[in-house]
Ligand binder design. Structure first.
Ligand SMILES: [Zn+2]
Ligand SMILES: [Zn+2]
Ligand SMILES: [Zn+2]
Length: 336
């Protein structure tokens, strides 16, 4: 499971481990491809992660609800229904933690105790506060000193309760508070609710089909003609420990090279995301770019570091020889 902020560029994220780091995250377009490959018949349900808030899992990536909610249409998602999560009555945050407090001093150093009540004098305490005989049976009330003989008549055993270690108060029910990540306390009777959509994949996901078809054609061509191992939409972790989606990963022995496709719908942020993948993974990237977009995308893709192959209208046959040559030179020629 990968936890990421859902955006094309660089963003500040707080990882589940609690570390704060600047990380690149997969582009929406890459996530859509993975979603398509995994099969579109799925429900995408929000999950409340304790202390962190609401997340969605999309193609194996955990995404903060707020960042998905602004961009779910780009990922070809549709709202199917809603579910509610408890929220802070002051700021609406769903990142809440439960606090259990002493009702008299409102502190939280509590002990769970087995309660005993002496009906005659009204004293209530833990069983260990009472004076016991040599067999360990209850003998006397510590407050009034009277003997305790019959349970239900002289004294009661109402069950488990709490004792405050700070003020000594004994009680059956603690004060419960929910505290949000901005430190607002909310009592259970005032708790708010936040609704989050459950998504399904829309029919428009079919728009991801042509690029996946192209990747599968590339895979077949390379496997047939170069006898290399090609994985389409492979997720791998980089030096930053963050996972990246690679359009096609080619291996032969210990040699590795990656292929990315930037089609007519790609923009500078998609090109930037290829750069951050290459930097973080330390793998050579062959980038097949739509001819119309090539001029714009070349601005961030330095040809000294990337093998750039312009392509017209997804015509693989035109670039097939050049692609084979490029892969060949990296996998069988130079070492990476
Ligand atoms: Zn709050
Ligand atoms: Zn107390
Ligand atoms: Zn007593």
């Amino acid at each position: 499971m990968y936890t990421l902020v859902f955006s094309g560029g660089l963003s500040l994220m707080k990882s589940v481990e609690g570390a704060v780091a600047t990380q690149a995250s997969p582009s929406v377009k890459d996530l859509v491809l993975l979603l398509f490959k995994e099969g579109p018949e799925q429900e995408i349900t929000p999950v409340l992660v304790p202390g962190l808030g609401v997340y969605y899992t999309l193609a194996g990536f955990q995404i903060q609800a707020d960042s998905l909610l602004t961009r779910y249409r780009e990922a070809f998602l549709e709202v199917k229904r809603y579910v509610s999560f408890p929220s802070c009555s002051v700021c609406g945050s769903t990142s809440l933690r439960l606090e259990v407090l002493c009702p008299s001093c409102r502190q939280s150093d509590l002990l769970r105790i087995d309660l005993v009540v002496h009906y005659d004098c009204g004293f209530m305490g833990g069983v260990e506060d009472f004076i016991r005989d040599s067999q360990g049976l209850l003998e006397k009330c510590p407050k009034c000193g009277k003997p305790l003989k019959r349970v239900g008549i002289d004294y009661g055993r109402p069950g488990l309760g709490y004792k405050c270690r700070l003020c000594g108060a004994i009680f059956q029910y603690p004060l419960t508070l929910l505290r949000c990540d901005k430190d607002h306390p909310t009592t259970l009777d005032k708790i708010g609710v936040e609704r989050y959509p459950v998504f399904t994949v829309s029919k428009d996901l079919q728009k991801a089909r042509p690029i996946l078809d192209l990747l599968e054609k590339i895979q077949a061509e390379l496997e047939r003609r170069l006898n290399v191992e090609v994985e389409v939409l492979r997720v791998i972790k980089g030096r930053s420990r963050m996972p990246h989606i690679i359009h096609a990963l080619i291996r032969s022995g210990d040699k590795v090279v990656a292929i990315e496709i930037l089609d007519e719908r790609s923009d500078i942020s998609d090109a930037m995301s290829v750069v951050s993948k290459a930097v973080d993974l330390g793998i050579h990237f062959i980038v097949i770019l739509d001819e119309e977009k090539a001029l714009e995308l070349r601005k961030v893709l330095n040809p000294d570091y990337f093998t750039l192959i312009p392509m017209r209208e997804r015509r693989l046959e035109d670039i097939s020889d050049l692609l084979l040559e490029s892969v060949y030179s990296f996998v069988f020629g130079k070492s990476i």
